[in-house]
Design a protein around this ligand. Structure first.
Ligand SMILES: *[C@@H]1O[C@H](CO)[C@@H](O)[C@H](O)[C@H]1NC(C)=O
Length: 417
């Protein structure tokens, strides 16, 4: 009875283990399916305090107006990710334009994000820093103003303040903010050259490589493509080993090589190289799709899509490699055989012919005969001459060389020239 219970208990424990393993596997398989960290379709995006992408593309150009009461009634109009203007009966005054996502910053409590606008109207603001003209800063608060409740559900401007002789305006804007997106590995780049970033810039996969685009395909004849990876040195240890997926599965032979393929640490100063070797095995009218994924611990993986045409099939490129391998093996055999013969000869000579020392080395008789023929004594004398290397007139004269007469005639001959 007890035994049966034990068996039952261990069996159910096993089942639970299996169940957990299945769950974990499912979870693991689920992870790479996260959205690709692609650059948003507009420059209206920024990052939250934890480097998650926040895309405000849906708000580009959205108008927010603020009525300023005073001696001259006017409106301050903020067009998100576009420009800031002051409108009155006297006309429009530009307080700057939004130029790139570099002007969209992360704020600090209670401000969530900051948008900067530059190069507004210069009139009466000629003395501004670097002649930037009028500028504006929009402090974005996700949610409600602290001083009032917005009537519009899309948000409103809470307050406006001017400084530096009306050349700069700071507006506080409350809006319902976008959900944070994937966690971006900032500073990471992938390009086709050591300092370039066509494929991935600042951790964001660039347009054209975020999904299948036929117009960017690599040609059939290109059998290698090198990609250069770089990351901020302080974070380079987080970069893992790249993987890839090909669609359709059969027909394109893909192999990743280079320092980047083993998960070597890429830094800004020394990028790693990830070489994609691809060979067409089956002709196909539309290009093959190769998804490369680079895991980064603690961040969403870097993913990009490359496409490759296959107008004709290609031979395996291993022929020259095989040639070198054969050469290596033959050299190895030759070296081993020579050492064996040499040792064997030495042992034979010492044991059977009773010769010792240098004389016992195979081929030594031939060697000494050769040295004799060449003329050993003269060679040694030359090398032993202490003044031999000083080619000055005095040393030539003082040297008691083997043929002083010949040298003297030489000297005399040079002297006459
Ligand atoms: C490659 O990535 C794209 C974009 O994320 C996706 O739509 C596609 O299904 C992926 N293809 C393969 C073979 O994984």
């Amino acid at each position: 009875m007890l035994l049966e219970w034990k068996a039952f208990a261990s069996c159910s424990a096993g089942a639970i283990h299996l169940f957990i393993i299945v769950l974990l596997t499912l979870e693991y398989m689920h992870v790479p399916a996260t959205a690709i960290v692609a650059v948003p379709s507009s420059n209206c995006y920024t990052f939250d305090n934890d480097n998650h992408l926040v895309d405000f593309t849906y708000l580009v150009g959205q108008n927010f107006e603020y009525n300023e009461e005073g001696s001259v009634p006017s409106d301050l109009v903020v067009q998100l990710c576009k420009d800031v203007q002051r409108r009155s009966q006297a006309g429009y005054i530009s307080f700057g334009r939004f130029i790139s996502s570099h002007s969209f910053l992360t704020g600090s409590e209670p401000i969530d994000y900051i948008q900067r606008f530059h190069n507004g109207d210069l009139v009466n603001c000629e003395t501004t820093f670097k002649k930037m003209g009028r500028t504006a800063q929009v402090n974005i608060i996700c949610g409600q103003c602290s001083n009032k409740v917005c009537k519009d559900e899309h948000g409103c401007i809470c307050s406006v303040s001017y400084d530096e002789r009306m050349c700069r305006v700071v507006a506080e804007l409350a809006i319902p903010c976008a959900q944070s997106g994937p966690r971006v590995f900032k500073g990471f780049t992938v390009g086709f050259h050591p300092r370039s970033s066509e494929v991935v810039y600042n951790g964001l996969t660039q347009l054209g490589f975020e999904q299948l685009h036929h117009e960017f395909s690599f040609q059939s004849e290109q059998i290698h493509t090198s990609l250069y990876l770089s990351a901020m040195s302080s974070l380079s240890g987080l970069v893992g080993k790249p993987t890839f997926k090909v669609n359709p599965l059969k027909g394109l032979d893909v192999m990743l090589t280079g320092s980047g393929a083993n998960g070597a640490m890429p830094t800004t100063l020394s990028p790693t190289v990830l070489t994609v070797n691809w060979r067409c095995e089956i002709i196909r009218s539309s290009p093959y799709e190769v998804n490369v994924s680079i895991p980064v611990s603690g961040y969403d993986p870097i993913e990009f899509t490359l496409t490759k045409k296959c107008d004709y099939t290609q031979e395996r490129e291993s022929v020259p490699m095989r040639g070198w391998a054969t050469f290596g093996i033959i050299s190895c055999i030759f070296i081993v055989m020579s050492s064996l013969l040499c040792c064997g000869g030495f042992i034979y000579k010492t044991r059977v012919e009773h010769q010792y020392g240098l004389d016992a080395l195979p081929g030594m008789t031939i060697m000494s005969a050769f040295l004799d023929a060449v003329g050993r004594p003269r060679g040694y004398l030359q090398a032993g001459d202490p003044n031999g290397n000083h080619a000055s007139q005095a040393s030539w004269v003082n040297t008691s060389g083997p043929t002083p007469a010949a040298q003297r005639t030489n000297d005399r001959r040079y002297g006459t020239i």
